[in-house]
Design a protein around this ligand. Structure first.
Ligand code: HEC
Length: 187
């Protein structure tokens, strides 16, 4: 009897500690992901209003990966942008956990959840160790449709076709989930 009580107490303590850690990790991940998205959205808006594919493409092609790289170096966590329909397969292809979350995000959005508020987090064990994983959906904004939307201007379409002949990242409408910011923090 004593043994069982002891076991139950331990299990309870472990799960509360985990829940506390999880919410702390979650707020720390949000504090990195949110400014990243905000900065990116603002830079994109600015580039789009300045006009031209060349200026705006810089944001998605150079600035976003550079910002993700900087955040990764400074935090020691891996920060990336992933999607189920990628333009750049090298940077954007999701791993198994990310694919599962992106599918779940799509189902949640179909149930009426707003893309802007959709996120997921979990502590995951993999062969090389444990990590805290966090994902936040990226919603398509009006400034994104010229390159990811349904009516892409002909000159942009031609450029995209020559730069990314296997592009899958088109056909989105405003508010739809374009992909997600993904954070992986080793524990
Ligand atoms: C001027 C064209 C342009 C605009 C505007 C644009 N993108 Fe992109 N986007 C691209 C290109 C080009 C890539 C591929 C970049 C690379 O080579 O890594 C890309 C890649 C991405 C990716 C990475 C995953 C993938 O498919 O490779 C995400 C996520 C993304 N864009 C979201 C957005 C969002 C959200 C907006 C609006 C805030 C936006 N983009 C606006 C051109 C654009």
């Amino acid at each position: 009897m004593k043994k069982i009580i002891l076991f139950m107490t331990c299990a309870f303590v472990t799960s509360t500690v985990l829940a506390d850690d999880l919410s702390q990790y979650q707020s720390e991940a949000r504090a990195v992901a949110m400014p990243f998205l905000k900065k990116l959205g603002a830079a994109n808006q600015q580039a789009v209003s300045a006009g031209g594919y060349e200026a705006a493409v810089q944001i998605c092609k150079d600035i976003a990966p550079a910002m993700a790289g900087e955040a990764s170096r400074l935090t020691g966590w891996k920060l990336t942008r992933v999607s189920l329909q990628v333009r750049n397969p090298l940077l954007g292809t999701p791993d198994a956990w990310e694919q599962k979350q992106l599918q779940d995000f799509a189902a949640r959005a179909a149930q009426g959840e707003k893309a802007e508020t959709i996120e997921a987090s979990e502590i995951v064990s993999e062969p090389a160790g444990k990590s805290y994983r966090f994902m936040k959906a990226i919603a398509l904004q009006p400034g994104c449709v010229a390159c990811h939307g349904t009516a892409i201007p002909d000159d942009v379409k031609a450029r995209l076709h020559s730069d990314y002949p296997h592009d899958q990242a088109t056909g989105y409408s405003v508010g739809q989930i374009r992909g997600a910011v993904s954070i992986k923090r080793p524990l």
